[in-house]
Ligand binder design. Structure first.
Ligand SMILES: C[S@@+](CC[C@H](N)C(=O)[O-])C[C@H]1O[C@@H](n2cnc3c(N)ncnc32)[C@H](O)[C@@H]1O
Length: 353
């Protein structure tokens, strides 16, 4: 049972929410001004005077940020000596934390103010701060910097960790042709080509993304093994072609509402033979080992609301399985939390009629 908070503690928790955005920016400043790194390099701690002497930041700024970081538990301060805490260490050195902080700061922060309007209107009203597109997907490859780098680092950080185990699963049946739906920059397709010398790939995505994927494939000398098919899967008139042994959807279906997911899966269904395997790779928020992962995935849903498309989210595993069944597929195997990642693979085939 959850322990009841005292009124004093509850009021403190409420203030953490009230001032949260500013504390977040204070930590970003502490990191980006190099103060956190400087403190971290003094393993036994460093006095505030020494930080002021050696850093090119005002005494005012240094004191301000250290006071904020101490409140957050990022720094420990005792008798004027400052040390980095374990939390501070993760902010500085942990790749997942770095990628999440940059994604929040560079992609989401300004648009987050439009949360209420985004929910009211079912549109990503925060996206205007980055560009004039109906969804972020029309703009991904042409986002302004640093949003572009931070978006791709965030996306790749999560999917890359899943690929080594996912390759073993997908290639167990020796597919000759894989359709990579929402293939983005081509990372999964290139990994498939490296893994199996004979496999042929078709990347299906919006035209703006295919330009980048095609260029990347040419640079890797894979143009003869990878084919490109421009498609907008929200347009039900545009059909996925037939001929795939495997249809692969990685971190793709979370970009859509439940209704859109059923329609996209029905499109995959019409493209499938009785032998085609559909693999869905997703980080389901209710299927995680660590609270930090659950916390991050629920926050990622909020990004979809304000910046991506206003109607999609991270899903619970059973919700996705139900949508798969509604579209006429059967989940024949579930591979939970594969490899060094947060993902589950659902292996699906057409249900027997
Ligand atoms: C979150 S990214 C996933 C990229 C990659 N599969 C991965 O696992 O890292 C989603 C991809 O879906 C594509 N996408 C979004 N909306 C689409 C649509 N309506 N039709 C086709 N592709 C779409 C985006 O362009 C993007 O490449």
């Amino acid at each position: 049972m959850k322990k009841e908070l005292s009124a004093i503690d509850a009021k403190y928790e409420a203030q953490k929410i009230a001032f949260g955005p500013m504390y977040f920016q204070a930590v970003v400043a502490l990191r980006d001004l190099g103060i956190l790194e400087f403190i971290s390099s003094h393993r036994k701690g460093v006095t505030i005077e020494k930080i002021v002497d050696e850093m090119d930041v005002s005494e005012y700024g240094i004191n301000l940020l250290i006071e904020a970081a101490e409140i957050l538990g990022v720094l420990d301060v005792e008798a004027n000596v400052v040390r980095i805490s374990k939390v501070g260490f993760f902010l500085l050195k942990d790749e997942m934390t770095r990628v999440n902080v940059n994604f929040m700061n560079d992609v989401c922060y300004l648009g987050a103010k439009a949360m209420t309007d985004s929910i009211k209107n079912g549109k990503p009203e925060g996206l205007k701060v980055l560009g004039d597109w109906p969804t972020i997907y029309q703009g991904l490859s042409i986002l302004p910097e640093p949003a572009k780098t931070s978006w791709f680092e965030f996306d790749h950080y999560y999917s890359d960790g899943a690929f080594p185990d996912a390759l073993k699963i997908v290639f167990r049946t020796h597919p000759g042709t894989i359709f990579d739906i929402g293939g983005n920059t081509g990372k999964w397709s290139f990994a498939c080509c490296d893994y199996d010398n004979d496999v042929k790939i078709k990347i299906l995505d919006l035209p703006v993304q295919l330009n980048v994927a095609r260029k990347n494939a040419e640079e890797r000398g894979l143009a003869d093994r990878i084919d490109f098919h421009a498609i907008d899967l929200l347009d039900t008139a545009q059909k996925i072609p037939q001929g795939a042994d495997v249809i692969w959807m990685s971190q793709f279906l979370d970009c859509f509402s439940k209704k859109q997911i059923i329609s996209i899966l029905k499109n995959a269904h019409q493209a499938s033979s009785q032998h085609t395997r559909l693999y869905i790779l997703e980080p389901f928020f209710d299927n995680q080992n660590y609270p930090a992962a659950h916390f991050s995935l629920v926050a990622t849903s909020l990004y979809f609301t304000i910046m991506a498309n206003g109607n999609s989210k991270m899903y619970r595993i059973e919700v996705m399985k139900e949508l798969v069944r509604e579209a006429g597929f059967e989940v024949i195997e579930t591979y939970p939390l594969i490899g060094d990642s947060y993902h589950t693979i659902l292996e699906c085939m057409k249900s027997a009629q």
